[in-house]
Design a protein around this ligand. Structure first.
Ligand SMILES: [Zn+2]
Ligand SMILES: [Zn+2]
Length: 432
């Protein structure tokens, strides 16, 4: 069976010098086993598969997505620059018309990295997708982007970065946060006051198999994507929903991941998790690559899988069938903005950096605005460092929000007690 075919670009970066520990599955072999499998299967000889080298993300690329405290250099390694640069390269291949689709098979992963970065959490220091999206906006003027996060863990970093951004639709399907890190991603997390409904969380019961995930894609994800009409669909492709994954409790298969990819039809995939690194991840990545390029993936045989073995409990489907009623109303009918123009709205957040044991206390203040995305200030303090103040000026900032941002910056600089970090996206290339 040959489906319509797409030139598909692959970017590999196994990061030989970055691992959580020599025996932790988040180590270089995580991608080397995939690479061996693809070579063995002859995937690189297929006429629609092409391999490219990653770019290296510069400070300026990273600082359009993050406030790095105290500096970029202190919170990342060179490997992080290449992983993020791999995602950027994937985007360029598609935007420059070199490939129809692309898959950045890179590590370290990124989707737990939030707008403010004080260290590593959930194996992530910088958000590869966000660095890529900001390059897309800066160099290609892409307006509306959908990010569908299919990792087993809630994509809390991507959610945080785009919480106030109505032009980025963020959908995360993940194991219920009551049962796994990072403990968030519930149906009532739907976006900030000016982006209500643009965050959709679909928490899945442990034990969910292909059946439950694919049903939810048909019933929630595809109708929402059809309505949103994004310029690009990005898949944060975490493969840790697999039945053999050692750090999660789900029941998907390699074939299920290939079917998921075919349904989503993303332009760009960026690898996130997947810790059954030898017996499962190579087959899942193979399935995704074949589905992206339009090759028949039905013959994939992965170890330990017999059709029908990984059936989910009927009660799981009952829970999943309640999710459309929880998720869809806010997207399709977000209601009137809950605040008036010019209001300053705050939210307090606690962010735990599990890899490093850091607790961060944040207060975020947004100027609600009908003219632009609103000026944003984040005051951040951690169990290891004093307060820093971060001011985010959006791309098409209005005069009132610019005035508010400058007032915050001047006040904090005059106070002289906390370093002030400024992200002025209005100075980017596509600023009007
Ligand atoms: Zn994960
Ligand atoms: Zn404004």
């Amino acid at each position: 069976m040959i489906m319509s075919q797409n030139h598909t670009g692959l970017i590999f970066f196994p990061a030989f010098d970055w691992a959580i520990s020599p025996t932790h599955p988040e180590r270089q072999e995580r991608l080397l086993y995939t690479r061996d499998q693809l070579l063995e299967e002859g995937v690189f000889d297929l006429p629609y598969i092409h391999e490219y080298k990653p770019e290296i993300a510069a400070d300026a690329d990273i600082l359009r997505a993050h406030f790095c405290i105290p500096t970029v250099e202190r919170v990342i390694t060179p490997s992080h620059r290449v992983a993020a640069g791999g995602a950027v390269k994937a985007a360029r291949l598609v935007m420059d018309g070199i490939c129809d689709k692309s898959f950045a098979i890179v590590r370290p992963p990124g989707h737990h990295a939030m707008k403010v970065v004080n260290g590593n959490r959930g194996f992530c220091s910088i958000n590869n997708e966000a660095v890529m999206i900001e390059v897309l906006r800066d160099h290609y003027d892409v307006q509306k982007i959908a990010v569908v996060d299919t990792d087993c863990h809630h994509g809390d970093g991507t959610q945080d970065i785009y919480w106030h951004d109505p032009d980025v639709l963020f959908i995360s399907m993940h194991q219920d946060g009551r049962t796994i890190f990072p403990g968030s991603g519930f149906a009532d997390e739907t976006g900030g006051p000016m982006a209500r409904g643009r965050t959709l969380n679909l928490p899945l019961p442990p034990g969910t198999s292909d059946e439950g995930v694919l049903w939810l894609v048909d019933e929630v994800v595809l109708p929402v994507l059809k309505d949103f009409q994004p310029d690009l669909i990005i898949n944060s492709a975490g493969q840790d929903n697999h039945f053999s994954d050692p750090i999660t409790h789900m029941a998907m298969s390699a074939l299920g991941y290939a079917q998921l990819n075919e349904k989503l039809n993303p332009d760009i995939c960026v690898l996130e998790g997947g810790y059954s690194i030898q017996s499962a991840l190579p087959y899942m990545n193979l399935g995704i690559i074949l589905a992206m390029a339009g090759y028949d993936y039905s013959g994939i045989k992965e170890p330990g899988y017999e059709s029908g073995t990984w059936r989910q409990d009927d009660r799981i489907m009952k829970t999943i069938k309640q999710l459309p009623d929880q998720a869809l109303p806010v997207y399709f009918d977000p209601g009137d903005p809950p605040h008036d123009e010019g209001d300053l709205v705050t939210r307090d957040k606690r962010v735990f950096y599990d890899t490093e044991g850091i607790m961060e206390y944040q207060t975020e203040t947004l100027r609600v605005c009908g003219q632009c995305r609103g000026a944003l200030m984040i005051e951040s303090e951690t169990s290891r460092s004093d307060q820093s103040v971060c001011v985010d000026i959006p791309r098409r900032v209005c005069p009132e929000c610019r005035e508010q941002a400058e007032k915050w910056i001047d006040t904090e600089r005059a106070r002289g007690e906390a370093p002030v970090h400024v992200m002025d996206k209005s100075q980017s290339r596509n600023r009007d």
